[in-house]
Design a protein around this ligand. Structure first.
Ligand code: ACM
Ligand code: ZN
Length: 566
Protein backbone atom coordinates (compact mmCIF):
# COMPACT_ATOMS: atom_id res chain seq x y z
CA UNK A 1 0.00 0.00 0.00
CA UNK A 2 2.82 2.41 0.92
CA UNK A 3 4.46 1.69 -2.40
CA UNK A 4 1.30 2.54 -4.29
CA UNK A 5 1.00 5.74 -2.33
CA UNK A 6 4.58 6.68 -3.25
CA UNK A 7 4.05 5.93 -6.92
CA UNK A 8 0.87 7.93 -6.99
CA UNK A 9 2.58 10.92 -5.45
CA UNK A 10 5.19 10.80 -8.18
CA UNK A 11 2.42 10.51 -10.71
CA UNK A 12 0.72 13.45 -9.11
CA UNK A 13 3.76 15.66 -9.29
CA UNK A 14 3.80 15.08 -13.03
CA UNK A 15 0.11 15.60 -13.26
CA UNK A 16 0.34 18.96 -11.53
CA UNK A 17 1.45 20.18 -14.89
CA UNK A 18 -1.84 18.95 -16.39
CA UNK A 19 -3.81 21.93 -17.51
CA UNK A 20 -7.52 21.66 -16.95
CA UNK A 21 -8.30 24.94 -18.70
CA UNK A 22 -9.44 23.02 -21.77
CA UNK A 23 -12.45 21.81 -19.76
CA UNK A 24 -13.49 25.31 -18.76
CA UNK A 25 -15.69 26.05 -21.74
CA UNK A 26 -17.04 22.60 -22.45
CA UNK A 27 -20.83 22.49 -22.45
CA UNK A 28 -22.17 19.45 -20.64
CA UNK A 29 -25.12 17.53 -21.92
CA UNK A 30 -28.38 18.94 -20.54
CA UNK A 31 -29.54 15.48 -19.51
CA UNK A 32 -26.66 15.05 -17.08
CA UNK A 33 -28.28 17.54 -14.73
CA UNK A 34 -31.39 15.37 -14.37
CA UNK A 35 -31.14 14.37 -10.70
CA UNK A 36 -33.68 12.24 -8.80
CA UNK A 37 -34.92 13.18 -6.27
CA UNK A 38 -35.00 16.69 -7.69
CA UNK A 39 -32.69 19.00 -5.72
CA UNK A 40 -34.03 22.17 -4.08
CA UNK A 41 -31.67 24.40 -6.07
CA UNK A 42 -29.54 23.63 -9.08
CA UNK A 43 -27.50 26.06 -11.15
CA UNK A 44 -25.96 24.85 -14.41
CA UNK A 45 -22.53 26.24 -15.17
CA UNK A 46 -20.17 26.12 -18.10
CA UNK A 47 -17.39 23.55 -17.99
CA UNK A 48 -16.89 19.95 -16.91
CA UNK A 49 -14.73 18.20 -14.35
CA UNK A 50 -12.83 15.36 -16.00
CA UNK A 51 -12.71 12.13 -14.06
CA UNK A 52 -9.17 11.22 -14.97
CA UNK A 53 -6.42 9.32 -13.20
CA UNK A 54 -5.40 12.45 -11.28
CA UNK A 55 -8.56 12.56 -9.21
CA UNK A 56 -7.83 12.72 -5.51
CA UNK A 57 -10.30 12.70 -2.66
CA UNK A 58 -9.51 14.97 0.22
CA UNK A 59 -11.47 14.60 3.43
CA UNK A 60 -11.08 14.56 7.18
CA UNK A 61 -10.69 11.30 9.08
CA UNK A 62 -14.27 11.62 10.35
CA UNK A 63 -15.46 11.27 6.75
CA UNK A 64 -13.52 8.10 5.95
CA UNK A 65 -16.73 6.12 5.47
CA UNK A 66 -18.08 8.67 2.97
CA UNK A 67 -14.73 8.91 1.15
CA UNK A 68 -14.70 5.10 0.81
CA UNK A 69 -18.22 5.21 -0.52
CA UNK A 70 -17.22 7.80 -3.09
CA UNK A 71 -14.27 5.65 -4.17
CA UNK A 72 -16.74 2.80 -4.73
CA UNK A 73 -18.98 5.02 -6.83
CA UNK A 74 -16.08 6.32 -8.90
CA UNK A 75 -15.31 2.69 -9.58
CA UNK A 76 -17.93 2.92 -12.33
CA UNK A 77 -15.36 4.99 -14.15
CA UNK A 78 -13.29 2.13 -15.47
CA UNK A 79 -10.02 4.01 -15.47
CA UNK A 80 -10.24 4.84 -11.80
CA UNK A 81 -9.56 2.30 -9.10
CA UNK A 82 -9.41 2.70 -5.34
CA UNK A 83 -5.62 2.76 -5.56
CA UNK A 84 -5.69 5.80 -7.82
CA UNK A 85 -8.04 7.84 -5.71
CA UNK A 86 -6.10 8.26 -2.52
CA UNK A 87 -7.86 9.73 0.42
CA UNK A 88 -6.25 12.64 2.23
CA UNK A 89 -3.61 13.28 -0.42
CA UNK A 90 -2.70 16.69 -1.65
CA UNK A 91 -3.86 16.42 -5.20
CA UNK A 92 -4.45 18.78 -8.04
CA UNK A 93 -7.70 17.40 -9.37
CA UNK A 94 -9.52 17.37 -6.13
CA UNK A 95 -12.83 16.13 -4.80
CA UNK A 96 -13.13 17.63 -1.37
CA UNK A 97 -15.53 16.42 1.33
CA UNK A 98 -16.00 18.90 4.11
CA UNK A 99 -18.12 19.28 7.24
CA UNK A 100 -19.22 22.89 7.21
CA UNK A 101 -21.57 25.08 9.18
CA UNK A 102 -22.35 26.95 5.96
CA UNK A 103 -24.97 24.21 5.55
CA UNK A 104 -27.79 24.65 8.05
CA UNK A 105 -30.00 21.60 7.40
CA UNK A 106 -29.13 18.41 9.27
CA UNK A 107 -29.24 16.27 6.09
CA UNK A 108 -28.51 19.05 3.63
CA UNK A 109 -25.50 19.47 1.37
CA UNK A 110 -23.93 21.86 -1.06
CA UNK A 111 -22.23 20.35 -4.09
CA UNK A 112 -20.06 22.58 -6.22
CA UNK A 113 -18.51 21.26 -9.38
CA UNK A 114 -15.95 23.36 -11.25
CA UNK A 115 -13.73 22.30 -14.12
CA UNK A 116 -10.81 22.09 -11.69
CA UNK A 117 -12.41 21.01 -8.40
CA UNK A 118 -15.42 19.40 -6.77
CA UNK A 119 -16.51 20.29 -3.24
CA UNK A 120 -19.22 18.60 -1.20
CA UNK A 121 -20.12 20.33 2.03
CA UNK A 122 -22.53 19.14 4.66
CA UNK A 123 -23.46 20.04 8.19
CA UNK A 124 -23.20 16.32 8.92
CA UNK A 125 -21.67 13.28 7.29
CA UNK A 126 -25.21 12.33 6.27
CA UNK A 127 -25.52 15.45 4.16
CA UNK A 128 -22.17 14.71 2.55
CA UNK A 129 -23.34 11.18 1.82
CA UNK A 130 -26.34 12.58 -0.05
CA UNK A 131 -24.06 14.96 -1.93
CA UNK A 132 -22.09 11.92 -3.07
CA UNK A 133 -25.33 10.25 -4.23
CA UNK A 134 -26.04 13.33 -6.31
CA UNK A 135 -22.51 13.35 -7.70
CA UNK A 136 -23.01 9.71 -8.75
CA UNK A 137 -25.94 10.76 -10.93
CA UNK A 138 -24.05 13.65 -12.50
CA UNK A 139 -21.27 11.43 -13.88
CA UNK A 140 -21.69 11.29 -17.60
CA UNK A 141 -19.80 10.02 -20.64
CA UNK A 142 -18.93 12.79 -23.05
CA UNK A 143 -16.58 13.44 -25.92
CA UNK A 144 -14.10 16.25 -25.27
CA UNK A 145 -11.60 17.18 -28.03
CA UNK A 146 -12.44 13.95 -29.80
CA UNK A 147 -11.74 11.88 -26.71
CA UNK A 148 -14.55 10.02 -24.96
CA UNK A 149 -14.32 10.37 -21.21
CA UNK A 150 -16.27 10.47 -17.96
CA UNK A 151 -17.00 13.98 -16.76
CA UNK A 152 -19.09 15.78 -14.17
CA UNK A 153 -20.90 18.89 -15.45
CA UNK A 154 -20.15 22.14 -13.65
CA UNK A 155 -22.92 23.05 -11.24
CA UNK A 156 -23.87 24.36 -7.86
CA UNK A 157 -26.50 22.36 -6.03
CA UNK A 158 -27.97 23.31 -2.67
CA UNK A 159 -30.24 20.61 -1.39
CA UNK A 160 -32.05 19.23 1.66
CA UNK A 161 -34.97 16.85 2.16
CA UNK A 162 -38.60 17.87 2.62
CA UNK A 163 -39.37 15.06 5.10
CA UNK A 164 -37.12 13.73 7.86
CA UNK A 165 -38.61 10.21 7.63
CA UNK A 166 -38.21 8.60 4.19
CA UNK A 167 -38.94 4.93 4.56
CA UNK A 168 -39.22 1.65 2.70
CA UNK A 169 -40.67 -1.52 4.19
CA UNK A 170 -39.80 -5.05 3.16
CA UNK A 171 -42.02 -7.93 4.29
CA UNK A 172 -39.69 -10.84 4.93
CA UNK A 173 -42.43 -12.76 6.77
CA UNK A 174 -44.48 -13.96 3.81
CA UNK A 175 -41.35 -14.87 1.89
CA UNK A 176 -37.88 -15.08 3.33
CA UNK A 177 -35.31 -12.92 1.57
CA UNK A 178 -31.65 -13.69 2.21
CA UNK A 179 -29.10 -11.23 3.63
CA UNK A 180 -27.71 -10.51 0.15
CA UNK A 181 -31.10 -9.27 -1.02
CA UNK A 182 -31.72 -7.33 2.17
CA UNK A 183 -28.42 -5.53 1.55
CA UNK A 184 -29.43 -4.80 -2.01
CA UNK A 185 -32.71 -3.38 -0.73
CA UNK A 186 -30.63 -1.13 1.53
CA UNK A 187 -28.49 -0.09 -1.46
CA UNK A 188 -31.67 1.00 -3.21
CA UNK A 189 -32.81 2.98 -0.18
CA UNK A 190 -29.46 4.80 -0.14
CA UNK A 191 -29.50 5.43 -3.89
CA UNK A 192 -32.83 7.21 -3.42
CA UNK A 193 -31.66 9.32 -0.46
CA UNK A 194 -34.14 7.55 1.76
CA UNK A 195 -33.15 6.84 5.34
CA UNK A 196 -35.39 4.24 6.99
CA UNK A 197 -35.55 0.50 6.39
CA UNK A 198 -38.68 -0.84 8.07
CA UNK A 199 -37.96 -4.55 8.39
CA UNK A 200 -41.14 -6.61 8.76
CA UNK A 201 -39.83 -9.70 10.56
CA UNK A 202 -42.80 -11.71 11.83
CA UNK A 203 -45.94 -13.01 10.22
CA UNK A 204 -48.57 -15.75 10.31
CA UNK A 205 -46.56 -17.47 7.59
CA UNK A 206 -43.06 -17.12 9.05
CA UNK A 207 -41.00 -15.86 12.00
CA UNK A 208 -37.66 -14.53 10.74
CA UNK A 209 -35.62 -13.29 13.69
CA UNK A 210 -33.59 -15.47 16.02
CA UNK A 211 -34.73 -15.01 19.63
CA UNK A 212 -32.30 -16.80 21.95
CA UNK A 213 -34.79 -17.26 24.78
CA UNK A 214 -37.38 -18.86 22.49
CA UNK A 215 -35.53 -21.04 19.96
CA UNK A 216 -38.70 -22.68 18.65
CA UNK A 217 -39.71 -19.37 17.08
CA UNK A 218 -37.20 -20.14 14.36
CA UNK A 219 -36.94 -23.94 14.69
CA UNK A 220 -40.68 -24.23 14.10
CA UNK A 221 -41.98 -20.77 13.19
CA UNK A 222 -39.53 -19.99 10.39
CA UNK A 223 -40.80 -22.83 8.19
CA UNK A 224 -44.01 -23.75 6.42
CA UNK A 225 -44.77 -26.92 4.50
CA UNK A 226 -46.48 -25.31 1.57
CA UNK A 227 -47.85 -22.11 0.13
CA UNK A 228 -51.14 -21.13 -1.45
CA UNK A 229 -51.09 -21.12 -5.26
CA UNK A 230 -52.99 -18.38 -7.08
CA UNK A 231 -54.74 -15.31 -5.79
CA UNK A 232 -56.45 -15.63 -2.38
CA UNK A 233 -58.46 -17.76 -1.61
CA UNK A 234 -56.08 -19.82 -3.77
CA UNK A 235 -56.51 -23.08 -5.62
CA UNK A 236 -54.16 -25.58 -3.96
CA UNK A 237 -50.88 -25.95 -2.05
CA UNK A 238 -47.54 -25.95 -3.84
CA UNK A 239 -46.41 -28.50 -1.21
CA UNK A 240 -42.96 -26.89 -1.10
CA UNK A 241 -41.27 -26.28 2.21
CA UNK A 242 -40.36 -22.60 2.48
CA UNK A 243 -38.59 -20.63 5.17
CA UNK A 244 -35.48 -19.17 6.70
CA UNK A 245 -34.51 -16.69 9.38
CA UNK A 246 -31.85 -14.16 10.28
CA UNK A 247 -29.47 -15.01 13.10
CA UNK A 248 -28.71 -12.20 15.52
CA UNK A 249 -25.18 -12.11 14.07
CA UNK A 250 -26.57 -11.61 10.57
CA UNK A 251 -28.86 -8.89 11.83
CA UNK A 252 -25.91 -7.05 13.40
CA UNK A 253 -24.09 -7.30 10.08
CA UNK A 254 -27.09 -5.81 8.25
CA UNK A 255 -27.42 -3.01 10.83
CA UNK A 256 -23.72 -2.12 10.32
CA UNK A 257 -24.19 -2.21 6.56
CA UNK A 258 -27.18 0.13 6.75
CA UNK A 259 -25.43 2.47 9.18
CA UNK A 260 -22.65 3.08 6.67
CA UNK A 261 -25.34 4.24 4.27
CA UNK A 262 -26.95 6.48 6.87
CA UNK A 263 -30.00 4.24 7.12
CA UNK A 264 -31.78 3.38 10.35
CA UNK A 265 -33.43 -0.02 10.56
CA UNK A 266 -36.76 -0.11 12.36
CA UNK A 267 -37.67 -3.71 13.16
CA UNK A 268 -41.31 -4.73 13.24
CA UNK A 269 -42.51 -7.43 15.59
CA UNK A 270 -46.21 -7.57 14.79
CA UNK A 271 -48.69 -8.12 17.66
CA UNK A 272 -51.31 -9.12 18.75
CA UNK A 273 -52.51 -10.23 15.27
CA UNK A 274 -50.40 -11.84 12.52
CA UNK A 275 -48.94 -14.34 14.98
CA UNK A 276 -49.61 -17.74 13.43
CA UNK A 277 -45.92 -18.64 13.28
CA UNK A 278 -45.33 -17.70 16.94
CA UNK A 279 -48.41 -19.67 18.01
CA UNK A 280 -47.26 -22.72 16.03
CA UNK A 281 -43.97 -22.49 17.96
CA UNK A 282 -45.52 -21.79 21.38
CA UNK A 283 -49.22 -22.75 21.34
CA UNK A 284 -49.87 -21.29 24.82
CA UNK A 285 -49.81 -17.85 23.14
CA UNK A 286 -53.22 -18.61 21.59
CA UNK A 287 -56.53 -18.16 23.42
CA UNK A 288 -57.23 -21.80 22.53
CA UNK A 289 -54.05 -23.91 22.46
CA UNK A 290 -56.05 -27.12 22.06
CA UNK A 291 -57.89 -25.96 18.95
CA UNK A 292 -56.39 -26.69 15.55
CA UNK A 293 -55.04 -23.76 13.54
CA UNK A 294 -57.96 -22.66 11.33
CA UNK A 295 -56.82 -23.16 7.75
CA UNK A 296 -58.23 -23.03 4.26
CA UNK A 297 -59.04 -26.72 3.63
CA UNK A 298 -58.19 -26.61 -0.10
CA UNK A 299 -54.65 -25.56 0.37
CA UNK A 300 -53.23 -27.41 3.34
CA UNK A 301 -49.99 -29.10 2.30
CA UNK A 302 -49.75 -32.90 2.45
CA UNK A 303 -47.03 -32.68 5.11
CA UNK A 304 -49.19 -30.49 7.34
CA UNK A 305 -52.25 -32.71 6.85
CA UNK A 306 -50.15 -35.59 8.10
CA UNK A 307 -48.84 -33.61 11.09
CA UNK A 308 -52.35 -32.61 12.08
CA UNK A 309 -53.63 -36.15 11.61
CA UNK A 310 -50.93 -37.20 14.06
CA UNK A 311 -52.09 -34.74 16.71
CA UNK A 312 -50.24 -31.47 16.03
CA UNK A 313 -52.70 -28.67 16.69
CA UNK A 314 -50.89 -25.47 15.77
CA UNK A 315 -49.07 -24.98 12.47
CA UNK A 316 -47.52 -22.10 10.54
CA UNK A 317 -50.06 -20.65 8.12
CA UNK A 318 -49.79 -21.65 4.45
CA UNK A 319 -52.31 -19.22 2.99
CA UNK A 320 -52.73 -15.42 3.00
CA UNK A 321 -55.45 -13.28 4.54
CA UNK A 322 -56.35 -12.10 8.02
CA UNK A 323 -56.31 -14.95 10.55
CA UNK A 324 -58.43 -15.47 13.66
CA UNK A 325 -55.87 -17.31 15.81
CA UNK A 326 -54.20 -14.30 17.43
CA UNK A 327 -52.30 -13.73 20.68
CA UNK A 328 -54.34 -14.17 23.86
CA UNK A 329 -54.41 -10.74 25.48
CA UNK A 330 -55.96 -12.15 28.64
CA UNK A 331 -53.01 -14.19 29.90
CA UNK A 332 -50.01 -12.78 31.76
CA UNK A 333 -47.80 -15.33 30.03
CA UNK A 334 -48.41 -13.68 26.64
CA UNK A 335 -47.26 -10.31 27.96
CA UNK A 336 -44.16 -11.81 29.59
CA UNK A 337 -43.29 -13.70 26.40
CA UNK A 338 -43.48 -10.58 24.26
CA UNK A 339 -41.57 -8.46 26.76
CA UNK A 340 -38.77 -11.03 26.54
CA UNK A 341 -38.88 -11.02 22.74
CA UNK A 342 -38.83 -7.21 22.67
CA UNK A 343 -35.91 -7.11 25.12
CA UNK A 344 -33.75 -9.04 22.68
CA UNK A 345 -34.96 -6.94 19.75
CA UNK A 346 -34.22 -3.72 21.63
CA UNK A 347 -30.75 -4.94 22.57
CA UNK A 348 -30.04 -5.78 18.96
CA UNK A 349 -31.33 -2.73 17.08
CA UNK A 350 -29.93 0.73 17.88
CA UNK A 351 -33.07 2.38 16.46
CA UNK A 352 -34.98 4.62 18.85
CA UNK A 353 -38.19 3.22 17.37
CA UNK A 354 -39.56 -0.29 17.49
CA UNK A 355 -42.60 -1.10 15.35
CA UNK A 356 -45.06 -3.34 17.17
CA UNK A 357 -47.60 -3.73 14.37
CA UNK A 358 -51.07 -3.69 15.89
CA UNK A 359 -52.80 -4.17 12.53
CA UNK A 360 -55.60 -6.50 11.52
CA UNK A 361 -56.11 -8.26 14.85
CA UNK A 362 -59.41 -10.12 14.54
CA UNK A 363 -61.34 -10.28 17.77
CA UNK A 364 -63.24 -13.56 17.12
CA UNK A 365 -61.21 -15.52 19.68
CA UNK A 366 -61.12 -12.75 22.28
CA UNK A 367 -64.94 -12.62 22.24
CA UNK A 368 -65.17 -16.27 23.35
CA UNK A 369 -61.96 -16.53 25.42
CA UNK A 370 -62.58 -16.66 29.20
CA UNK A 371 -59.15 -15.15 29.90
CA UNK A 372 -59.65 -12.25 27.52
CA UNK A 373 -63.18 -11.61 28.79
CA UNK A 374 -61.97 -11.73 32.41
CA UNK A 375 -59.25 -9.17 31.56
CA UNK A 376 -61.84 -6.89 29.98
CA UNK A 377 -64.07 -7.16 33.07
CA UNK A 378 -61.30 -6.90 35.69
CA UNK A 379 -59.68 -3.87 34.08
CA UNK A 380 -63.01 -2.30 33.11
CA UNK A 381 -61.96 -2.15 29.46
CA UNK A 382 -64.24 -1.08 26.64
CA UNK A 383 -64.78 -4.42 24.97
CA UNK A 384 -62.31 -6.06 22.62
CA UNK A 385 -61.09 -2.75 21.18
CA UNK A 386 -60.34 -1.69 24.72
CA UNK A 387 -58.38 -4.91 25.18
CA UNK A 388 -56.37 -4.25 22.03
CA UNK A 389 -55.61 -0.76 23.29
CA UNK A 390 -54.66 -2.20 26.69
CA UNK A 391 -52.27 -4.65 25.01
CA UNK A 392 -50.56 -1.94 22.95
CA UNK A 393 -50.42 0.42 25.94
CA UNK A 394 -48.78 -2.30 28.01
CA UNK A 395 -46.14 -2.93 25.33
CA UNK A 396 -45.57 0.77 24.89
CA UNK A 397 -44.90 1.17 28.59
CA UNK A 398 -42.41 -1.67 28.41
CA UNK A 399 -40.65 -0.30 25.32
CA UNK A 400 -40.58 3.21 26.86
CA UNK A 401 -39.06 1.78 30.05
CA UNK A 402 -36.13 0.63 27.87
CA UNK A 403 -35.69 4.16 26.53
CA UNK A 404 -37.34 3.44 23.16
CA UNK A 405 -40.57 4.42 21.44
CA UNK A 406 -43.20 2.50 19.53
CA UNK A 407 -44.67 2.84 16.08
CA UNK A 408 -47.91 1.04 15.22
CA UNK A 409 -50.21 0.70 12.22
CA UNK A 410 -53.28 2.94 12.42
CA UNK A 411 -55.43 0.29 14.17
CA UNK A 412 -53.64 1.30 17.37
CA UNK A 413 -55.99 4.29 17.40
CA UNK A 414 -58.92 1.96 18.07
CA UNK A 415 -59.87 1.88 21.73
CA UNK A 416 -57.53 4.81 22.46
CA UNK A 417 -53.99 5.64 21.35
CA UNK A 418 -51.04 4.80 23.61
CA UNK A 419 -49.67 8.09 25.01
CA UNK A 420 -46.29 8.21 23.21
CA UNK A 421 -47.06 6.23 20.08
CA UNK A 422 -46.25 7.13 16.49
CA UNK A 423 -48.92 6.11 13.98
CA UNK A 424 -48.28 4.64 10.55
CA UNK A 425 -51.35 5.49 8.48
CA UNK A 426 -52.09 2.74 5.96
CA UNK A 427 -55.88 2.51 5.57
CA UNK A 428 -55.95 5.79 3.72
CA UNK A 429 -55.16 9.04 5.51
CA UNK A 430 -57.93 8.99 8.13
CA UNK A 431 -55.83 7.38 10.86
CA UNK A 432 -52.94 9.72 10.17
CA UNK A 433 -55.19 12.79 10.28
CA UNK A 434 -56.75 11.65 13.55
CA UNK A 435 -53.36 10.93 15.16
CA UNK A 436 -51.90 14.27 14.00
CA UNK A 437 -54.92 16.08 15.45
CA UNK A 438 -54.16 14.31 18.73
CA UNK A 439 -50.59 15.61 18.50
CA UNK A 440 -48.88 12.30 17.71
CA UNK A 441 -46.15 11.85 15.12
CA UNK A 442 -47.42 10.27 11.91
CA UNK A 443 -45.85 8.35 9.07
CA UNK A 444 -47.95 8.53 5.95
CA UNK A 445 -48.15 5.23 4.12
CA UNK A 446 -51.63 4.77 2.61
CA UNK A 447 -52.10 1.57 0.60
CA UNK A 448 -53.09 3.80 -2.31
CA UNK A 449 -50.51 4.63 -3.62
CA UNK A 450 -47.82 3.47 -1.16
CA UNK A 451 -48.30 -0.33 -1.39
CA UNK A 452 -45.94 -1.62 -4.04
CA UNK A 453 -47.41 -5.13 -3.95
CA UNK A 454 -50.42 -3.74 -5.86
CA UNK A 455 -50.42 -3.94 -9.64
CA UNK A 456 -48.58 -1.06 -11.26
CA UNK A 457 -50.52 -1.14 -14.50
CA UNK A 458 -54.26 -1.22 -15.12
CA UNK A 459 -53.82 -4.05 -17.57
CA UNK A 460 -53.74 -6.69 -14.80
CA UNK A 461 -53.97 -9.60 -17.22
CA UNK A 462 -50.59 -8.84 -18.76
CA UNK A 463 -48.85 -8.47 -15.40
CA UNK A 464 -47.40 -11.18 -13.17
CA UNK A 465 -49.82 -12.19 -10.39
CA UNK A 466 -50.14 -9.53 -7.68
CA UNK A 467 -52.50 -8.86 -4.81
CA UNK A 468 -56.12 -8.38 -5.83
CA UNK A 469 -58.95 -6.13 -4.73
CA UNK A 470 -57.35 -2.73 -5.22
CA UNK A 471 -55.02 -0.83 -7.43
CA UNK A 472 -53.32 -0.28 -9.66
CA UNK A 473 -50.80 2.01 -8.01
CA UNK A 474 -49.11 3.43 -11.08
CA UNK A 475 -45.80 5.30 -11.18
CA UNK A 476 -47.81 8.45 -11.84
CA UNK A 477 -50.13 7.79 -8.85
CA UNK A 478 -47.07 7.47 -6.66
CA UNK A 479 -45.37 10.52 -8.13
CA UNK A 480 -48.45 12.73 -7.73
CA UNK A 481 -49.07 11.77 -4.11
CA UNK A 482 -48.74 14.52 -1.49
CA UNK A 483 -48.23 13.16 2.04
CA UNK A 484 -49.47 16.33 3.72
CA UNK A 485 -53.24 15.95 4.23
CA UNK A 486 -55.16 19.10 3.30
CA UNK A 487 -57.50 18.43 6.25
CA UNK A 488 -54.73 19.40 8.65
CA UNK A 489 -53.82 22.95 9.63
CA UNK A 490 -50.22 23.94 9.03
CA UNK A 491 -49.54 23.43 12.72
CA UNK A 492 -51.07 19.95 12.64
CA UNK A 493 -49.09 19.15 9.49
CA UNK A 494 -45.94 19.48 11.58
CA UNK A 495 -46.80 16.09 13.08
CA UNK A 496 -46.36 14.45 9.69
CA UNK A 497 -42.91 12.96 10.12
CA UNK A 498 -42.65 11.58 6.62
CA UNK A 499 -43.69 8.99 4.12
CA UNK A 500 -43.09 5.32 3.48
CA UNK A 501 -43.77 2.77 0.74
CA UNK A 502 -44.27 -0.91 1.52
CA UNK A 503 -43.42 -4.09 -0.29
CA UNK A 504 -45.68 -6.81 1.11
CA UNK A 505 -44.68 -10.12 -0.36
CA UNK A 506 -47.61 -12.55 -0.42
CA UNK A 507 -47.24 -12.73 -4.19
CA UNK A 508 -43.61 -11.75 -4.44
CA UNK A 509 -41.38 -14.73 -3.86
CA UNK A 510 -38.18 -13.83 -5.71
CA UNK A 511 -35.69 -10.93 -5.74
CA UNK A 512 -36.32 -10.48 -9.46
CA UNK A 513 -40.03 -9.93 -8.97
CA UNK A 514 -39.41 -7.75 -5.92
CA UNK A 515 -37.22 -5.47 -8.05
CA UNK A 516 -39.94 -5.36 -10.72
CA UNK A 517 -42.53 -4.21 -8.18
CA UNK A 518 -40.17 -1.70 -6.56
CA UNK A 519 -38.84 0.02 -9.63
CA UNK A 520 -39.49 2.61 -10.82
CA UNK A 521 -42.18 3.28 -8.18
CA UNK A 522 -39.53 3.57 -5.48
CA UNK A 523 -37.81 6.24 -7.57
CA UNK A 524 -41.11 8.14 -7.74
CA UNK A 525 -41.72 7.93 -3.98
CA UNK A 526 -38.18 9.14 -3.31
CA UNK A 527 -39.03 12.42 -5.01
CA UNK A 528 -42.26 12.64 -3.00
CA UNK A 529 -40.26 12.17 0.19
CA UNK A 530 -37.34 14.45 -0.64
CA UNK A 531 -38.49 17.21 -2.96
CA UNK A 532 -41.25 19.82 -2.95
CA UNK A 533 -44.79 18.65 -3.81
CA UNK A 534 -45.11 17.29 -7.33
CA UNK A 535 -47.67 18.66 -9.75
CA UNK A 536 -49.22 16.92 -12.73
CA UNK A 537 -47.26 19.10 -15.13
CA UNK A 538 -44.02 17.96 -13.48
CA UNK A 539 -44.63 14.33 -14.33
CA UNK A 540 -43.41 14.44 -17.95
CA UNK A 541 -40.24 16.17 -16.85
CA UNK A 542 -39.76 13.54 -14.12
CA UNK A 543 -40.04 10.83 -16.78
CA UNK A 544 -37.22 12.46 -18.72
CA UNK A 545 -35.01 12.38 -15.65
CA UNK A 546 -36.12 8.83 -14.95
CA UNK A 547 -35.04 7.83 -18.43
CA UNK A 548 -31.49 8.77 -17.46
CA UNK A 549 -31.79 7.38 -13.93
CA UNK A 550 -32.62 3.95 -15.31
CA UNK A 551 -28.99 3.82 -16.43
CA UNK A 552 -28.21 3.19 -12.76
CA UNK A 553 -30.78 0.37 -12.63
CA UNK A 554 -29.00 -1.13 -15.64
CA UNK A 555 -25.60 -0.80 -14.02
CA UNK A 556 -26.93 -2.48 -10.90
CA UNK A 557 -28.50 -5.17 -13.13
CA UNK A 558 -31.95 -4.58 -11.64
CA UNK A 559 -35.13 -6.00 -13.08
CA UNK A 560 -37.27 -2.86 -13.28
CA UNK A 561 -40.74 -2.50 -14.80
CA UNK A 562 -40.67 -0.93 -18.26
CA UNK A 563 -44.21 0.51 -18.64
CA UNK A 564 -43.20 4.15 -18.41
CA UNK A 565 -40.27 3.71 -20.79
CA UNK A 566 -42.28 2.18 -23.62
C1 ACM B 1 -51.22 -3.77 6.79
O1 ACM B 1 -51.25 -3.65 5.56
N1 ACM B 1 -51.83 -4.79 7.37
C2 ACM B 1 -50.54 -2.82 7.63
ZN1 ZN C 1 -57.64 -14.89 25.10
Amino acid sequence: MKRILFLSIILLSFSCAENYDRYKDVTASEKAYGIIPKPSNLTKNLGVFALDENVVINSSASLENEADYLVGILGVVEELSADDILNNSEGQHLIELKISDEVSEEEGYVLEVGYDKITIKGKTSTGIFYGIETLRQLITKQTVDGEEMFVVPATKIEDAPRFAYRGMMLDTGRYFYDVAFVKQFIDLIALHKMNIFHWHLTEDQGWRIEIKKYPKLTEVGAWRNGTEIGQTPGTESDNKKHGGFYTQEQIKEVIEYAKKKHITIIPEIDMPGHNGAAIASYPFLSCFPEEKTPMNENIISEATKELMANGTKKVVQESWGIKTDVLCAGKESTYTFYENVLSEVIDLFPSEYIHIGGDECRKDNWKRCPNCQKKIADDDLEGENGLQSHFINHMEKFVNSKGKRIIGWDEILEGGLAPNATVMSWRGLTGGIEAAKQGHPVIISPREPCYFDYYQDKNFASEPLAIGGRGPNTVKDVYMFDPLPKELSSNEQKHIWGVQANLWTEYISTPDYAEYMLLPRMTAISEVAWSSPNASEDYQEFLQRLDRFKGIYDKMELNYAKHVFE
